[in-house]
Design a protein around this ligand. Sequence first.
Ligand code: SF4
Length: 168
Amino acid sequence: MLTILVSGCLGGAPLRFNETGVPVSSPIWQRWASEGRLVSLCPELAVGFPVPRPPAEIVGGSAADVLDGRAQVHEASGRDVTELFQAAAQHAVDKALQAGVGLAILVDGSPTCGSTYVHDGTFTGVTVAGRGVAAEALRRRGIPVFPHYDLDRAAAALAEKERQHGNG
Ligand code: SF4
């Protein structure tokens, strides 16, 4: 049975920068939870960020650029937290590989967990297509990442992986 890496704030735990969580009411989620598939991780907390914490955004490029040292992650004050976000991404990869996850389901829009969009680095609420730093690092290691609102597609991908692995 393949496991699934999930954002630690998914399910409602109030771990986000603004002390909120992201509730999930899908029966798919409940089934995965009862099967013991969910491997929960907040990469930002894992590297020492507190709750609450200042909002952070990717500036000067994409998540791939952050991983390659060509862009940064800043807090709204201008504090450069790039190294912490790189470490958080590595932590997510390590945990995913250790747990042998089949895929990841992460909260979209986050500079760490975003899988289809992030904020544009201006701290004005504007979003752009792109990934968070951990989501990009997972994708580079061959671990598919799905946004938290797309559990049907994630479930289909998981079933296909288990079929390929003879693991169903
Ligand atoms: S880093 Fe990811 S898991 Fe942690 S609070 Fe933000 S969206 Fe949730």
